[in-house]
Write a protein that binds this ligand. Structure first.
Ligand code: NAP
Length: 249
């Protein structure tokens, strides 16, 4: 567990899966947590209750589409006003529309770029001012092993995740002089709604390529994200941390 006392954190896609686990882990460390989600009210309410039970001194839900730049700016202003600042941003919201390249529709290509990559940019741009005002901050972007090694049927998704690595390193360089750090995590095959739809045969095939011989949990990823978001990683920026059970080294 890392110490986030006195810090305010915004986690996108915090209603379910990895984002929810990150929000809970930040709360356990004492952070006030702003939880973003797209539209699943029941899941968001459940996540909020878990964050409160984990000890967050304050917690609030913010429903908005990360692909909408104006909504992102408004949300960041609201978080600062409601919770008293913004010190940690976790760009976790993401979607995957799996399809072979030949059949991939223009709108599915665009929507994955808009949510996964532009969404992170929208929020990074919006948090720059409050983080500079706070004289420091930490940003963690959820990329993917697929952004490092590619994957058939996921050209668009992989492109967004590879793009996040370039974005992470550029932001790390640009904001370092302001003591704002920016890192990425590349999870492997993690047990969440996103991977639940995989047929059993595909699941078994994936497992054969994981040296640790199990799927990762949302908590496995959350602990790595919280390390990078914490002051324990005060001298770590521009890093891409693999959390993949060894499936890609
Ligand atoms: P998930 O279970 O599908 O949850 C997605 C979350 O993102 C939900 O909270 C959802 O909100 C939110 N969301 C989706 N589109 C959004 C939008 N336009 N604006 C705001 N929020 C939005 O996903 P996950 O498996 O936890 O994955 C989380 C992140 O890790 C993603 O970036 C994913 O690409 C990455 N990742 C996952 C894996 C894996 O194996 N699962 C591996 C590598 C990387 P609602 O609940 O309201 O729909």
């Amino acid at each position: 567990m890392h110490d986030f006392k006195g810090k305010v954190a915004l986690v996108t896609g915090a209603s379910r899966g990895i984002g929810r686990a990150i929000a809970v882990e930040l709360a356990r460390g004492g952070a006030a947590v702003a939880l973003n989600y797209a539209g699943n009210e029941a899941a968001a309410a459940e996540a909020l209750a878990l964050v409160q039970a984990a000890g967050a001194p304050a917690a609030r839900l913010y429903r908005f589409d990360v692909a909408d730049p104006a909504a992102c700016s408004r949300a960041v202003e609201a978080v600062v006003a409601d919770l008293g600042g913004l010190h940690v941003l976790v760009n976790n919201a993401g979607i995957a529309v799996d399809q072979l390249l030949m059949r991939l529709k223009d709108e599915d290509w665009r929507r994955q770029l808009d949510v996964n990559l532009t969404g992170a940019f929208n929020l990074i741009r919006a948090v720059t001012r409050p983080m500079m005002k706070a004289k420091g901050g930490a940003i963690v972007n959820l990329s993917s092993v697929v952004g490092e090694m590619g994957n058939a049927g996921q050209a668009a998704y992989a492109a967004t995740k590879a793009g996040l690595i370039g974005l992470t390193k550029s932001v790390a360089r640009e904001l370092a002089s302001r003591q704002v750090r920016c890192n990425a995590v590349t999870p492997g095959f993690i047990d969440t709604d996103m991977t639940a739809a995989l047929p059993e045969a595909a699941r078994q095939k994936m497992l054969e390529n994981i040296p640790l011989a199990r799927l990762g949990s949302a908590e496995d990823v959350a602990r790595a994200v919280c390390f990078l978001a914490s002051d324990d990683a005060a001298y770590v920026t521009g890093e891409v941390l693999k959390v993949n059970g060894g499936m890609y080294m």
